[in-house]
Write a protein that binds this ligand. Structure first.
Ligand SMILES: NC(=O)c1ccc[n+]([C@@H]2O[C@H](COP(=O)([O-])OP(=O)(O)OC[C@H]3O[C@@H](n4cnc5c(N)ncnc54)[C@H](OP(=O)(O)O)[C@@H]3O)[C@@H](O)[C@H]2O)c1
Length: 304
């Protein structure tokens, strides 16, 4: 009897294990496919706009930046780079522990960590986060697993973008406009329709992806929210559209006015380079003036 019970328990354990493995395998494959589709969609080549600038940040007075999506693969670099330069960083993260494991800094007056989900933060709490900042950066993105891609909130990036920009506007004071930077993707077309028209088959493919993969639609909506945002001169924005993301050291980068390359290759950029570009945009006013109210596409200048 004992033997049979143990065997049936073993059998059901095996079944559970196998189901779990299938689930994880499915998640992993789905994550890879979605990352590929969200980060790399087809476009044609365009004019090179900008080579990376060397920004002497040591000479800059400390500024304050709110980063959301700070525990992400790119967001963590933005936080680390700004803190290394002596700037003040505020983050709103779902896990304080995970944030602190990712950077070489502990919470202090210069590094304020709020544990909350950005969409669940009340209006007054969000106002407090935004009040007094010089810039807000969103590196939010859907987690690349089944729940992240198909679960709620499906409009994570666009809703957060709306909330943040409206709160920035509500808390704006006279003086230099605040900067809002949204990390998006070169798979998202410029809402003004200024990107080159894609071939028919690629447009059909995009339409299908928009229907099947909610984060694609969310990133498009977020770009539109920023593009249509009426800030009354109090907020300026840049939507940065990186090409395929990889891990690695920050390198020199190039900013293009439109997506470059084809579906199956055309460029890559390290997440640390994306962070570097975001930090440059915040600190380098000349660079900012050149790209404000635009949606530049970012590639590493030297391909990895
Ligand atoms: N993958 C590519 O090749 C590629 C290429 C170009 C552009 N992009 C775009 O770039 C953006 C950032 O990409 P990434 O790879 O750096 O992002 P990531 O590593 O996936 O990080 C996503 C961030 O969003 C947060 N987040 C996810 N779901 C959330 C929720 N429901 N509520 C609150 N926060 C949530 C995560 O917080 P937790 O740590 O708490 O989960 C994390 O901080 C994305 O929009 C992506 O589409 C990707």
């Amino acid at each position: 009897m004992f033997y049979r019970t143990t065997r049936s328990r073993e059998k059901s354990k095996d079944l559970n294990r196998s189901k779990k493995m299938q689930y994880h395998l499915f998640n992993a494959i789905l994550g890879l496919v979605a990352a590929f589709l969200i980060g790399r969609l087809p476009f044609v080549s365009t004019e090179k706009l900008h080579g990376a600038s060397e920004c002497d940040s040591s000479a800059v007075t400390p500024i304050t930046v709110l980063v959301v999506g700070a525990t992400g693969a790119t967001g963590k670099h933005v936080v680390q780079q700004l803190l290394e330069m002596g700037h003040n960083v505020r983050v709103v993260v779902r896990s304080r522990r995970r944030m602190l494991d990712m950077v070489d800094f502990q919470p202090s007056d210069h590094f304020v960590v709020t544990e909350a989900s950005i969409l669940e933060l009340g209006d007054e709490d969000l106002k407090q986060e935004v009040e007094g900042v010089d810039a807000v950066v969103s590196c939010l993105g859907h987690n690349m697993d089944f729940n992240g891609i198909f679960g709620q909130p499906r409009s994570l990036v666009s809703l957060a973008t709306s909330k943040l920009t409206e709160t920035m506007k509500a808390t704006a004071k006279a003086g230099r406009p605040k900067k809002f930077i949204l990390m998006n993707s070169d798979g998202v077309a410029h809402p003004a329709g200024t990107d080159d028209t894609r071939p028919v088959l690629e447009r059909i493919l995009l339409g299908v992806l928009r229907l099947l993969i909610p984060p694609v639609k969310d990133n498009e909506k977020a770009a539109k929210v920023v593009h249509e945002f009426q800030s009354n001169g109090t907020i300026e924005w840049v939507v940065i559209r990186p090409t395929d993301l990889i891990d690695g050291q920050p390198t020199e980068y190039v900013l293009y006015d439109k997506p470059v390359g084809s579906l199956f290759g055309g460029g890559v950029t390290t997440r640390a380079t994306v962070a570097k570009c975001i930090v440059d945009l915040i600190l380098d006013q000349v660079l900012w003036e050149k790209f404000k109210f635009q949606m530049p596409v970012l590639h590493d200048s030297k391909q990895n």
